[in-house]
Design a protein around this ligand. Structure first.
Ligand SMILES: [Zn+2]
Length: 81
């Protein structure tokens, strides 16, 4: 597990280094990653925290990810341009 930052909002996240087990998913924030890598249709990949995953549309674009911003520890949103 390593610390890095979310490509969307920039908050510090941890990425699980090993194989995530289904039964531990989300059950203990200290032992599982708090971000996942999302691959877009254009082939680019972006590390996003779960609040950002919640905030983006079903078929996000790079522009959507660039608009992500942190609201608080548990919430992200798409910045309104
Ligand atoms: Zn984020």
């Amino acid at each position: 597990m390593s610390k890095t930052s979310c490509d969307g909002c920039g908050r510090t996240v941890t990425v699980s280094g090993g194989i995530a087990t289904l039964w531990s998913f989300g059950s203990d924030a200290g032992t599982v990653g708090t971000a996942i890598t999302l691959e877009l249709e254009d082939g680019s990949s972006h590390l996003l925290c779960y609040p950002c995953i919640e905030a983006i549309p079903d078929y996000p674009t790079v522009e959507d990810i660039e608009r992500l911003e942190q609201v608080d520890d548990e919430t992200s949103r798409l910045e309104t341009l």
